[in-house]
Design a protein around this ligand. Structure first.
Ligand SMILES: Cc1ncc(COP(=O)(O)O)c(C=O)c1O
Length: 405
C-alpha cells in the first residue's frame, strides 16, 4: 500500500448537490471556510525517523506534492464521492489521466479495444504513442457490441469508450460493454467528460475506471487544465497512484483549488447547460439550413432511449451539419459574434468549432470518415448565456445559407 491513507468513503447520507460543495474538505487549525490552497512542493517532517517512516510507507502524511498534496487530495475525494467511487487520482490534464490508466495497467504486448468515436488526441495517444511501446489498439464502432466482442483477443486487457461521444453525441450501452469486458477478463474504462457524474455515473453500470478531463465541466469556466481517474478498485488505484508517484503527471495544487471551486457549482451548471442545449437543439432541428442535429436529448436521435436509460440529462454539447461542406460550415462559424471560436467545451461561455479541421484535424481522412466527422459538421458547446442570444448569433450565418449567393 502507499504511504498515504485514502479512506474508503462510507456510503454517504448526502445527495450529490451537497457532496459537490462539502465532501473532502478537512478544515485546518485556522478554521477557514473555503478550501485552503497548499501551494508547497514539499512537506516538513518532525524528525528523521518520521521522514524515513513516511518514505518507506510506514506512516501516513504528506511527503512531496508530485504525489501527496492536501488540496489535490480534497479534489480527488470530492470527485470520487460524486462518481460513487472510493478512489481518485488527479492528473495534469485529461490526456494525462488516460495515459496514466494505460501505462499503469498495461505492458508491452497487451491490446486495447477502443471506440472509434473517441476524442482526436485519444486516438493519437493509442495509435501513435502507446503503439510505439507495443501496446496495440483496435478501433471498433462504438454502438455495435458484436464488433467489440469480435475485436477481443487473448492479450486484450482494456475496453475504452467515451459516451456520449465527441462530437456526435452517440451513446454506448455501458452495461453491455461492462459485461463484454468482464466476460473476457478485461476492464472497462469510460471517458465521462461530456456528462460528468452529475448526469452519468459509469461505475454504477459496471465500468471499472472513469477518466475525466477536469478542464471541461468540472472547472466550468475555462480557467485551467486538469484531469483525474476514478475507481472503486483498490488495485487500480494503487497502480495509478504508484505510476503518478514515479512518472509525475501531477495536478498542481493551484489548479486543484480552482477545480474544487468549480465542483461546488457543477450540479446546478450541468442542469442549466442541459436546458440551454435542449432549446438550441430543438431550434436547430427546424432550421432549413441544418441537415442533421446530433443531440441525444432529441427524440429523433437514434440513441435517445439509451441516453434516457443511463443518463439523468443530455449534456451541453451538440453538433449539427450544414450542406456545402467546409466552406459553408466555416461561413456559419465566422458569422458568429457572441460565440467563441475555440475548441474547448464545458465553459459557461458558448464555444463553436469545426471538428474536421480542429479537434479531429490530425486524423487521417479515413479515420475521420470512420468517426463520422464530416466537413459540414459544426460543434457547439452550449454555455449559460441567454439562450435567445445564442440562437440569434447562430441564426445570422444559418439564415444566410438559405439565401442564393
Ligand atoms: C472527451 C474528451 N476526453 C479527453 C479530453 C482531453 O482533456 P485535456 O484537454 O484536459 O487533456 C478532451 C479534451 O477536449 C475531451 O473532449
Amino acid at each position: 500500500m502507499s504511504d498515504i491513507q485514502f479512506p474508503s468513503l462510507e456510503p454517504s447520507p448526502y445527495q450529490s448537490d451537497t457532496l459537490a460543495i462539502r465532501s473532502g474538505q478537512i478544515r485546518g487549525p485556522e478554521g477557514e471556510h473555503n478550501d485552503p490552497i497548499y501551494l508547497t512542493s514539499s512537506f516538513v517532517f518532525a524528525n528523521a525517523a518520521e521522514a524515513a517512516a513516511r518514505f518507506v510507507e510506514n506512516a501516513p502524511g504528506n511527503v512531496y506534492s508530485r504525489f501527496t498534496n492536501p488540496t489535490v487530495r480534497t479534489f480527488e475525494q470530492r470527485l470520487a464521492s460524486l462518481e460513487g467511487a472510493d478512489f481518485a487520482v488527479a492528473s495534469s490534464s485529461g490526456m494525462a489521466a488516460i495515459q496514466m490508466v494505460m501505462q499503469s495497467l498495461l505492458k508491452a504486448g497487451d491490446h486495447v479495444v477502443v471506440s472509434a468515436n473517441v476524442f482526436g488526441s485519444t486516438v493519437s495517444l493509442f495509435e501513435k504513442i502507446l503503439g510505439r511501446f507495443a501496446i496495440e489498439s483496435t478501433f471498433v464502432p462504438m454502438t455495435d457490441p458484436d464488433q467489440w466482442v469480435n475485436a477481443i483477443r487473448d492479450n486484450t486487457r482494456i475496453l475504452f469508450v467515451e459516451t456520449p461521444s465527441n462530437p456526435l453525441c452517440e451513446i454506448a450501452d455501458l452495461s453491455v460493454l461492462a459485461d463484454i469486458a468482464h466476460n473476457a477478463d478485461c476492464l472497462l474504462v469510460v471517458d465521462n467528460v461530456f456528462c460528468t457524474p452529475v448526469l452519468q455515473r459509469p461505475l454504477d453500470f459496471g465500468a471499472d475506471v472513469v477518466v475525466h478531463s477536469a478542464t471541461k465541466y468540472l472547472d466550468g469556466q475555462g480557467r485551467c487544465v486538469g484531469g483525474a481517474i476514478v475507481t472503486r478498485s483498490e488495485e487500480v488505484h494503487e497502480a495509478c497512484f504508484n505510476y503518478l508517484r514515479t512518472a509525475g503527471p501531477s495536478m498542481s495544487p493551484f489548479n486543484a483549488w480552482v477545480l474544487l471551486n468549480g465542483l461546488e457549482t457543477l450540479p446546478i451548471r450541468m442542469r442549466a447547460h442541459c436546458d440551454n442545449a435542449m432549446r438550441l437543439a430543438t431550434w436547430l432541428e427546424q432550421h432549413g439550413a441544418v441537415t442533421r442535429v446530433n443531440y441525444a436529448g432529441l427524440p429523433s436521435h437514434r440513441h435517445h432511449e439509451q441516453a434516457c436509460k443511463q443518463q439523468s440529462g443530455f449534456g451541453g454539447v451538440l453538433s449539427f451539419e450544414v450542406e456545402g461542406g467546409r466552406a459553408a460550415a466555416w461561413r456559419v462559424i465566422d458569422s458568429t459574434r457572441l460565440l467563441s471560436i475555440t475548441a474547448n467545451l464545458g465553459d459557461v461561455k458558448t464555444t463553436i468549432t469545426h471538428p474536421a479541421t480542429t479537434t479531429h484535424g490530425r486524423l487521417s481522412d479515413i479515420q475521420r470518415q470512420k468517426g463520422g466527422i464530416s466537413e459540414g459538421l459544426i460543434r457547439v458547446a452550449v454555455g449559460l448565456e441567454a439562450i435567445d442570444d445564442i440562437v440569434s448569433d447562430l441564426a445570422t450565418g444559418l439564415d444566410a445559407c438559405l439565401k442564393p449567393e
